[in-house]
Ligand binder design. Structure first.
Ligand SMILES: [Zn+2]
Length: 385
């Protein structure tokens, strides 16, 4: 049995398997095809979006003796030569990975410099991947700069960092820079559904969407969350399980509270808030979620729901609710709630109650079609006699 965690087990091994970074993989593939590779690369971007993974695929591409290169295989194919196999297994001695956060001394960099002088053993390039490159200290940075200024033959250095701005310009300017983006939540969902199917994890699509949305564009976070939720029981996993697991009860009640506010049903609003707080939901979290839903309604009202990071189920709800209210009303309610100051874990939740009472008083339902029609009729100028 394979005991590796999901994100290790499902780590992409070829350019085609890398998720949603085509702007980078295409350029790298072309440079390999045309043998116009660089001595130093800088991979910048948020955590969990594929920087180290891409660095390993690049290391493989640089060393693979096969033609076509093993890293250029079509999606779904995983046939590797001996060199690529050893990199996949993390056993290739010419690929050296250094975590700068824990190996930041100047001696470590000198060590790289000394070792880099020797020709590669197995492959054609010696590749250094420096993870968390912003962790290098001043002296180590200087030593590193010297290495970049006169790179030894057959050495390729790939710096990966979440904080490119913390690196000195002198280093950045000597690297070919690639900026990794947050992965689109739909791409994450698609990827997770493949994993779930292969791993026999029974989870429905709306739950997968919810995981993706809650991972802020990090595939690694999404895979870890899928792993955690799959290990809690044998039941089929749905959106409700996941909300509970994430401690996001406020989310499901939020739209209900909002529709009651918009309908000015103050008694029901107060009762529902009390119920949520009794269930351990922080009033401040309810406020945040209400604002997120109001934003969702406003976007939907403007036909921009495709820009929202929400499940299909939630977007359908937005669509239903937003039809009933004017943009003006939604804007006013948002302003009132936005301006409120809700202390964390306040109990009884007086500030939230007052804020929502204010919001109830503000919200006037949009006139229905019939009323508008009637007003138009009555405001017609009377025929002159
Ligand atoms: Zn190969």
């Amino acid at each position: 049995m394979d005991n590796r965690v999901l994100y290790q087990k499902w780590r992409p091994l070829t350019f085609n398997e890398i998720v949603d970074q085509e702007h980078i993989t295409l350029t790298l593939r072309n440079s390999i095809d045309q043998s116009r590779t660089s001595h130093a690369y800088l991979f910048a971007g948020p955590r969990g979006v594929g920087k180290t993974t891409t660095a390993r695929v690049l290391a493989k591409a640089l060393n693979c003796p096969e033609s076509p290169n093993c890293t250029m295989q079509e999606p779904g194919k995983r046939k590797f030569c001996e060199v690529c196999k050893s990199i996949n297994a993390g056993k290739m001695i010419d690929l050296i990975e250094i975590d700068a956060a824990s190996n930041r001394t100047i001696d470590n960099i000198r060590d790289i410099k000394d070792k880099a002088m020797y020709a590669p053993n197995m492959g054609s390039k010696k590749v250094y991947i420096i993870d968390e490159a912003h962790g290098l200290t001043g002296a180590a940075q200087q030593a590193f700069l010297k290495l970049l200024e006169e790179p030894p033959e057959n050495v390729v250095i790939i710096l990966a960092t979440t904080e490119a701005d913390s690196l000195p310009l002198t280093i950045v300017s000597r690297c070919q820079r690639f900026d990794f983006k947050r992965i689109n939540h739909r791409e994450i969902s698609n990827h997770l559904s493949i994993i779930a199917k292969e791993e026999k994890i029974n989870i429905d699509n709306s739950a997968l969407d919810l995981i993706s949305i809650n991972s802020s564009g990090s595939l690694r976070d999404a895979e870890n969350l899928l792993q955690q939720i799959s290990s809690i029981g044998d039941e089929d996993i749905n959106e409700e399980h996941l909300l509970k697991f994430l401690g996001m009860g406020a989310r499901s009640a939020s739209l209900e509270i909002l529709s009651l506010v918009l309908e000015k049903e103050t008694d029901k609003v107060l009762a529902l808030i009390q119920n949520e707080v009794n269930n351990g939901i922080d009033p401040r979290m309810i406020k945040d979620r209400l604002l997120k839903d109001l934003r969702g309604l406003i976007y939907t009202k403007n036909n921009l729901s495709e820009l929202l990071e929400e499940t299909e189920h939630t977007i359908n709800k937005y669509s239903e609710l937003s039809k009933k209210y004017s943009l003006e009303v939604l804007g006013e309610v948002t302003t009132v709630i936005l301006k409120s100051d809700i202390p964390s874990n306040e109990n009884p939740p007086i500030n939230l109650e007052i804020a929502l009472l204010d919001a109830c008083l503000t919200s006037k339902p949009a006139p229905t079609e019939a009323v508008v029609q009637k007003n138009v009729e009555t405001s017609k100028p009377a025929p002159t006699e």
